[in-house]
Ligand binder design. Structure first.
Ligand SMILES: Nc1ncnc2c1ncn2[C@@H]1O[C@H](COP(=O)(O)OP(=O)(O)OP(=O)(O)O)[C@@H](O)[C@H]1O
Ligand SMILES: [Mg+2]
Length: 396
């Protein structure tokens, strides 16, 4: 995939839309070495017009021998002869004017062909190592969508990771409205093409959020849910995980067939509970079901939402009832509700708020950043071979 470097000045959205949807956007050239180490399959580095020519040349020189398959493309407002000479000397493969999105698209396609000529076509697909993170609770209204949206943004970490947010609350999904998006397409349009659905088709159904997270929206009509088969959910999730670092799945509050299918593909399962006895009872039962289905063993996380002292139940009590530690307690806060209503989730509108910090802690635990576990996007092994679940068995 390509990676774009902005260097303090946002790249024109028209240009970004000329690039594949899973393109990563970085803030500075200094972030590139670590990013390329984590993402060895990046085939193009697009340096925005704000990147100084000498930094662009130095970067291109630095990867010329070590990553010959990765092409550097330089964006300029106006291409001067001196720029072209310096670029050629440094091994920059293309210099493109910012008013030519189609030339940028062509340059990036050339870069992909160069990569494939050197490494093979499978390598350009990125190796399929993304993780599916499913947010679930058997109770409605406890904060699943709030967690899914904010966790997706926290995982994206300002474009350092590619994230796709999938709304599997197929009858009443509200991811799009929570992010104030007006999708032209939804998962429903994948129904007639299920048998030959590939990423090229699927990406046309995604909607880009301004902060880089891609969204696969739920159908607009509740009855469309009945036409979305579990097998389509499997195909969508396996395709997305080959193309994103993280696929975050929001769910309906029940074990319906599409949600069960998502569990089959799930690497990390985030359970959301609140401090009330009926919810805890149902979450306990749900956990037993997840155990039976062998969903994400050892990779389950517990969000205790609205974890306020006056509720009369303590975090300790919850942990002993559910038999697992609370990963993050989140307080009730009016800012969460107003962030939902304004379409700007709390991790963006109040990054230092305790709820936002909780979401980042959860993201860190999932990526392994603060738990001492290896990061996913390195060479770490998958947790275990999957042999779980009703639907996995049916497919075999
Ligand atoms: N910690 C919190 N403090 C205040 N309001 C919250 C908090 N968490 C969630 N909310 C609000 O509660 C409402 C329900 O949250 P959300 O939509 O995330 O729940 P849900 O579990 O996805 O619900 P559903 O089952 O209907 O899909 C939203 O208006 C949200 O803004
Ligand atoms: Mg919801």
């Amino acid at each position: 995939m390509p990676v774009v470097v902005e260097a303090g000045s946002p790249v024109d959205p028209g240009l970004l839309s000329a690039l594949p949807s899973r393109t990563t956007v970085l803030g500075s050239v200094a972030e590139l070495p670590a990013h390329l180490e984590r993402h060895p399959h990046e085939y193009a580095v697009v340096l925005g017009p704000a990147v100084p020519l000498e930094d662009a040349a130095a970067f291109s020189e630095s990867i010329r021998l070590t990553r010959p398959g990765t092409s550097v493309v330089l964006l300029c407002d106006h291409v001067l002869a001196t720029t072209l000479t310096a670029a050629m000397d440094a091994g920059i493969r293309d210099v493109v004017e910012t008013r030519s999105p189609e030339k940028l698209s062509a340059a990036v396609e050339r870069a992909q062909r160069v990569w494939e000529a050197i490494h093979g076509t499978d390598a350009a697909a990125g190796g399929g190592t993304g993780r599916v993170v499913t947010i679930f609770s058997p109770k409605g209204g406890v904060g699943k969508t709030t967690t899914a949206v904010n966790l997706a943004l926290a995982l994206a970490d300002n474009g350092r990771r590619t994230v796709c947010l999938v709304d599997l609350d197929l009858a009443f999904g509200d991811i799009a409205i929570t992010l104030q998006l007006f999708p032209h397409h939804t998962i429903y349009e994948a129904v007639p093409v299920e048998d030959h659905l590939d990423y090229d088709m699927l990406q046309t159904l995604l909607t880009r959020h301004e902060d880089g997270v891609m969204v696969l929206a739920a159908p607009t009509q509740p009855d469309a849910k009945d036409r979305i088969r579990a097998s389509l959910v499997a195909r969508v999730l396996t395709t997305l995980k080959q193309n994103f670092d993280y696929v975050v799945v929001d769910t309906a509050p029940s074990f319906e067939e599409q949600v069960l299918q998502a569990f089959d593909e799930t690497d990390d399962c985030v359970l959301v509970a609140t401090l009330d006895v009926p919810t805890l009872k149902n979450v306990k039962i749900a956990m037993e079901t997840l155990d039976l289905l062998n969903v994400a063993p050892g990779r389950r996380w517990l969000v205790l939402n609205r974890a306020d002292a006056q509720a009369g139940l303590s975090v300790d009590k919850v942990e002993s009832v559910l038999g697992m530690p609370v990963t993050v307690p989140l307080p009730t806060a009016v800012e969460v509700a107003s962030a939902t209503n304004s379409g700007r989730p709390i991790v963006l509108s109040h990054p230092q708020h305790p709820v936002s910090r909780g979401m980042h802690t959860l993201a860190d635990r999932i990526t392994g950043a603060s738990s001492g576990e290896p990061k996913r996007d390195g060479d770490d092994p998958k947790p275990e071979t999957k042999s779980r679940g009703l639907f996995a068995r049916q497919r075999r």
